[in-house]
Design a binder for this molecule. Sequence first.
Ligand SMILES: *Cc1c(COP(=O)(O)O)cnc(C)c1O
Length: 409
Amino acid sequence: MKFQTRLLHGKAVDTYANGATVPPVSFANAFAYETSEQLEKVFQNRAPGFAYSRIANPTVDAFERRVNELEGGIGGVACSSGMSAVTLSLLNILQAGDEIIAGSALFGGTLDLLHDLEAFGIKVHFIPKVEKELIEPHLTENTKAVFGELIGNPALNVMDIRETADFLHEKGIPLIVDSTTATPYLVNPIQYGADVVVHSTSKYINGSGDAISGIIIDSGNFSWNPQRYPGMADYKKYGKFAYLVKLRNGIWRNMGGCLAPMNAYLNIIGMETLGLRMERVCNNAYQLAQALEKLDGVTVNYPLLESSPYHDLAQTQLNGKGGAILTIRTGSKERAYQLINKLKYVKIATNIGDVRTLVIHPASTIYIHSTPEAMAEAGVYEDSIRISVGIEDIEDLIADFTEAVEGLE
Ligand SMILES: *Cc1c(COP(=O)(O)O)cnc(C)c1O
């Protein structure tokens, strides 16, 4: 099965009561059993079933299994937001005194989070790109993970997953990849060696911008050495499921960052058109990038352009696609604002992956807590605009942006 067929007919797509073509939304907090013995078994994972919706819920389960199938993992845990997924993917394996290495060109919320972790005794080394030459000097015996975005939002640097993962695996360190901007439509990071994949499913997987949500997918491939990861000792008996079981029975459940059933439902409906939408938004983004590159007064960053250092990697690792985000530089903050304010068919909003084209001036919004140096490392400048390209007719988008750029003072 190819991508869009698998979305609709894959193994994880169940049949539902009365032949319903979409899953019901199970709003129940609790699930009752005939006997105490039955509930005990469910609690101890000795019988399948649901007990309490913070721990597991049928609609959320349906969503987790669908995303997991698309990513080729051994299981997924859905979270209340992408940030919750990022946070818990790390806290599941970290303790005070540990160190991680992370890209500095990360989503602003993730950068803020990594600074928050320092208060809990976790040291984060930031590197401008997640690649082996830059990772190596920071490796210590306390390094427990490397975290990076596959296509950085909004730096649009592309990680070479295979090279990075191979290098890290020799050192016994896992690679955790935030693949929000790539989606399983462009690439399955696990196939290239990523150990854990996280998504803000609020974005492309949801597709309509109507449900904040996240997910953690485990490859099951990383062997967690209990000497290095003492918290894993009790979970070794679960074999390749160790990370997932620890997450589900531990920090994820106890922090209470579960996904609401309604949001899981909205994501399931949204993701059924992921292939269609990604094809459209990737084509739109490429055409818009090419059109903007021809105009005077702006420069364009898009991984598929010949001018991008990631052009070749996008061909090989991203299936010849470049994603649906581009950034442009306009020369000054004033010109950036002027350009944004002239646009007719876009919304000025802080989101990506919507069906509508969205633009934002990242420096004055998402990166408001970052220093100018940290911003520059994240590919954000005073004159940058981020465009999350939607599914509108490309002729209209090109005309709108061209008029706005040509009207700049
Ligand atoms: C949006 C985003 C997040 C955070 O997700 P939320 O659902 O907003 O919490 C994390 N990583 C990336 C790359 C994002 O774009």
